[in-house]
Design a protein. Structure first.
Length: 278
């Protein structure tokens, strides 16, 4: 059996397991993550492996994830607080903590701004955006390609949410060639009473996981990029299925386009888990 230290996070409901990466090869990470994510172990929607000293996060499937990046920011803030106050095991330092993280799938460091104390934080991820193509594939159907993940955005007023969403999205991924991406989401979105809502279903190729998620940060970013192109604007509040919203702000830094994604992050649990060796 393999013993792994873990922390379990809820960035807006997108439950995320984080494990130390030291001594675990990438091929082992995928196998261990799949076990840990099963309901009879820890459960969750996704998993990543971290190197705190280097500020690095690698998702189990090598994909890009905004919400896991935000959870990693809270983990680094907590680790720094506990290092500064070793007698206080709660890590209750508070204030604002800033750090940079290198995250799988994304080409440049991500600036993270953390506010709050154990077990609740608000974490903002600031990204420098490369070119992110937005392709119209049909009526109210757009593919937004981000580094490390692509999202197919379906206006729910035109494309109703299917009864068997797993089978429907598997077919959509095949038809639209989404298997070419490390991860892909199929997102149904709509405006209701002036508010944006989305339902994301995300598939990670290497981890072979498909999950109807309670929140998706990269999906909210993709939706903001689409709506900015179609309707203009730069501030978007996107309600997630888990009940909280993600705030997306598009901007510029010199000639570079930027985006921030901000929202709540909670620590759910931490400890050790025993898994079968990879």
């Amino acid at each position: 059996m393999t013993e792994l230290v873990f922390s379990k996070w809820s960035p807006g409901g997108n439950t995320t397991l984080l494990f130390p990466a030291k001594g675990i090869e990438e091929r082992e990470q995928v196998k261990l993550a799949r076990q840990a994510l099963e309901e009879h172990h820890l459960g969750g929607e996704q998993a990543g492996f971290v190197n705190l000293s280097e500020g690095r996060l690698r998702m189990a499937g090598g994909e890009f994830c905004v919400n896991a990046s935000r959870a990693f920011g809270a983990l680094m803030a907590l680790a720094e607080a506990e290092k500064s106050h070793p007698q206080d095991q709660s890590g209750q330092e508070g204030g604002e903590y800033r750090c940079d993280a290198q995250v799988s799938g994304w080409p440049t460091p991500i600036a993270l701004r953390v506010r709050g104390t154990l077990p609740f934080w608000d974490v903002e991820a600031c990204l420098r955006l490369p070119h992110c193509p937005v392709d119209n594939l049909g009526p109210d159907e757009y593919l937004v390609r981000l580094p490390g993940i692509a999202h197919l955005l379906l206006n729910a007023d035109t494309h109703s949410f299917p009864d068997d969403c797993m089978a429907a999205t598997a077919q959509i991924r095949e038809i639209r060639g989404l298997a070419a991406f490390p991860a892909s989401g199929v997102i149904w979105w709509r405006k209701r009473q002036g508010k944006l809502e989305m339902i994301p279903l995300v598939h990670v190729r290497e981890a072979r996981t498909t999950c109807l998620e309670n929140a998706c940060g990269s999906g909210a970013l993709a939706l903001a990029l689409l709506l900015a192109r179609l309707e203009g604007g730069h501030l978007f509040s996107v309600m997630q299925p888990g009940g909280s919203s993600l705030e997306v702000c598009l901007g510029k830094e010199g000639e570079a386009q930027t985006a921030t994604v901000d929202g709540p992050v909670a620590l759910v649990a931490r400890g050790s888990v025993w898994l079968e060796g990879a």
